[in-house]
Design a protein around this ligand. Structure first.
Ligand code: MIC
Ligand code: SF4
Length: 641
């Protein structure tokens, strides 16, 4: 068996390990962050489970830390109090980005983790099966419920050789993205093997598994080996180590070979993480901004490389450089060893340990500004500047370019010293609040601010859907299109009526009003619909606006699950040419919906406006069918409790 198969099999609760069929797995750990967490905990409360049943559940505050109104701070207090009451560890604002901190302090090889954030696969860097999910799935897992996925195919990425000086882990994952594209990982787990694995440290492996999210993959995983043991030991957690790898004769569904020695520094050009080119191919590019940080590249190792490059230099006069170390541990150690002084001295704008600019919380670039970022997503508008041009690069390339003012190949700066991780990290978990003891739980009061509004819950499925197409969009629509983030909108994550005013605003500002006016409607889209973030708001806001079904060429995994959880029918075209025969505002009619869904995998739709019938696929497991008919996961869970 492959490593991923071994861990899945160890946790299998239902189904058979046949790629494409549904399997249920037991979840050992969960994580949430604040932008999805408020909703996840409201949903958890609605399930009525007094205390989480997982081995470890942690809530992080890292996204909404701008606090330009009372909303974020209220939500933080709400999450903190829910955690205390229900058995969840609470990582306070300032303690760092969820994935970075979870890797440092809580992740355990061989365990399963789901998180209400698409970059949860970061944990694959130490041999976990770590999967991004919707908030409601995380709520169910906290309550002890099974987590369901489509049993993935396993892709082996065979690494050979060793990275050349100044070529980075970021370049490895950019190369994988260049080859496989943002759809290439859908329905698959990416398993890294081969001699090259040994040459990569844990933070480097975590960069690669983190950004595997951009492939649309279910998750990515590295073996757990001596390097993993040393990392856990340095974190004071050697007892959590166990060696894990694939069997010698493991059979994979696909094989990709990468010779690390042959890689060169790469960049993902606007506006997609798979639009990857070498520095040479991009040519002369004058830059306005550099941002270093995010859950992809904010480890101590990354920061030490950056400090080495910036030492004794000054940021180019035309460039603004911001740096956000990934965790309190990283920031603390930079302060202790003097690297922080080097960064400050060079003119870097030091930000708190949080997501910050990665999710559009500050540091939006100037108009048409060219910004190099060590992040994982460069979707249009995500930076907060609609015409901003974002390039995703390694910390090494970011730092060198911040000095020269143009996109620069880091190999031009000469010899690279050997960077080694410390044998012992500075450990102080004083910003992680443990939950109340069992006997004190009941007396803990949950603190709710006025921004927390009830979330919409679907009713049982309508048997006839007669609705207009309220919006027609193209391929690769991201959840940042469906439900944008950024400083203005993120504070509304616990207020669906209000946040829905921005639903699809990037594509069509009139969508909100039109959808409300139509009362019920259907959204039509192209392929890889819903890629990117795990935010269930991209399903809950459409639900609130009366969207009954979404009809597209293909879906991204997490978003499709979120639609079903919300009670919205996910439909795909049988014949993709039918996409061209539907226009916005066409009337679409589906009869005997419940019976058709129960009976098979297709539905017949009549385009009343154009006068033709066509079939669509609704490929669901029996459990998903029941869930949809009941009106979503919450209704289904209550009915089956
Ligand atoms: C992101 O990177 O888009 C986010 C913000 O971390 C999201 C979660 C969210 O929308 O809150 C993600 O990746 O799931
Ligand atoms: Fe935060 Fe960005 Fe990572 Fe999402 S991708 S968790 S916003 S740092």
């Amino acid at each position: 068996m492959t490593l991923a198969q071994k861990i899945l099999k160890d946790h299998l609760v239902s189904g058979e390990m046949v790629p494409g069929s549904e399997i249920g797995i037991k979840i050992d750990q969960t994580l949430t962050q604040d932008a999805t967490g408020t909703m996840a905990y409201l949903e958890f409360e609605a399930m009525g489970v007094p205390r989480v049943k997982t081995e470890r559940s942690v809530a992080y505050i890292d996204h909404n830390t701008l606090q330009s109104g009372f909303e974020n701070a209220d939500d933080h207090r709400f999450i903190g109090s829910v955690c205390k009451k229900h058995g969840i560890y609470f990582s306070r604002p300032g303690n760092g980005i969820c994935h970075q901190v979870h890797l440092e302090r809580f992740g355990i090889p061989g365990k399963t983790l789901i998180g209400s954030d698409s970059h949860t696969p970061t944990g694959g860097g130490i041999g976990m099966i770590a999967i991004g999910a919707g908030g409601m799935d995380v709520a169910v897992a906290m309550g002890g419920g099974t987590y369901y996925i489509t049993c993935p195919k396993i892709v082996k990425v065979e690494l050979t050789g060793k990275l050349q000086p100044w070529v980075a882990a970021k370049d490895v994952i950019l190369e994988v993205l260049r080859r496989l594209s943002v759809k290439g990982g859908v329905g698959k787990i990416i398993e890294y093997c081969g001699e090259g694995v040994k040459t990569l440290s844990v933070p480097e492996r975590a960069t690669i598994t983190n950004m595997g999210a951009e492939l649309g993959a279910t998750t990515s995983i590295f073996p757990s080996d001596e390097t993993t043991r040393m990392f856990l030991k340095a974190q004071g957690r050697e007892e959590d180590y166990r060696p894990l790898s694939a069997d010698e004769d493991a059979v994979y569904d696909e094989i990709v070979e990468i010779n690390l020695s042959e890689l060169v520094p790469l960049a993902a050009c606007p506006h997609s993480p798979d639009n990857v080119k070498s520095v040479e191919e991009i040519g002369n590019l004058k830059i306005d901004q550099v941002c270093i940080g995010s859950c992809t590249n904010s480890s101590l190792l990354d920061m030490l490389k950056v400090a080495h490059i910036l030492k004794g230099k000054t940021v180019h006069p035309d460039v603004s450089l911001s740096i956000a170390p990934g965790s309190k541990q990283v920031l603390n150690m930079l302060a202790e060893n003097g690297a922080l002084a080097i960064l400050i001295d060079a003119g870097a704008r030091i930000l708190e340990s949080a997501c910050g600019p990665c999710i559009g919380m500050g540091q939006s670039p100037n108009s048409k500004g060219i910004s190099l970022r060590t992040f994982n997503r460069n979707f249009e508008g995500r930076s907060g500047t609609k015409d901003g041009q974002i390039y995703l690069v390694s910390p090494e390339m970011a730092a060198v370019s911040a000095l020269t003012g143009v996109l620069t190949d880091p190999r031009t700066i000469g010899d690279m010293p050997e960077f080694v991780l410390p044998e012992v990290f500075t450990i102080n978990d004083n910003m992680i609040v443990p939950p109340a003891a069992e006997e004190e739980m009941e007396s803990v009061e949950v603190l709710r601010g006025p921004n927390i509004q009830p979330f919409p819950v679907s009713g049982p499925l309508d048997d006839t859907i007669d609705a207009k197409c309220s919006l027609k969009v193209g391929d690769n629509i991201t959840t940042d299109h469906i439900m944008p983030a950024g400083a203005k909108i993120l504070p509304l994550r616990s207020n669906i009526p209000k946040i829905s005013e921005y639903c699809f605003a990037v594509c069509d500002e009139k969508f909100h009003d039109r959808a409300l006016e139509l009362k019920k409607s259907i959204v039509v889209g192209g392929s890889n619909y819903g890629q990117g973030s795990s935010r269930e708001h991209a399903a809950l806001a459409p639900l609130y606006l009366g969207v009954k079904a979404v009809l597209v060429k293909s879906f991204a995994r997490i978003h499709m699950a979120n639609l079903i959880n919300a009670g919205i029918i996910p439909m795909t075209f049988v014949d993709e040419q039918d996409y061209d025969r539907i226009d916005q505002m066409d009337e679409l009619k589906i009869e005997n919906v419940v019976q058709q869904i129960k009976a098979g995998t297709t539905l017949q739709i009549t385009n009343v406006t154009k006068g033709f019938d066509f079939d669509v696929k609704v490929e669901l497991s029996e459990r998903q069918k029941e869930m949809l008919i009941a009106g979503g996961l919450l209704n289904y869970t209550r009915a089956n409790a």
